[in-house]
Design a protein. Structure first.
Length: 40
């Protein structure tokens, strides 16, 4: 769930950058917190 939350926050910041509300994405250098696992 942490990886999904990080992906959502990144998208939100990228959206703000595209609309000239922000200059930089503070999540740019944050890496994934856990390995992805598929459900069975």
């Amino acid at each position: 769930m942490a990886n999904r939350t990080l992906a959502l926050v990144r998208k939100m910041f990228n959206f703000a950058i595209e609309h000239d509300w922000l200059d930089t994405n503070p999540c740019h250098m944050v890496r994934q917190l856990a390995a992805e696992k598929q459900r069975e």
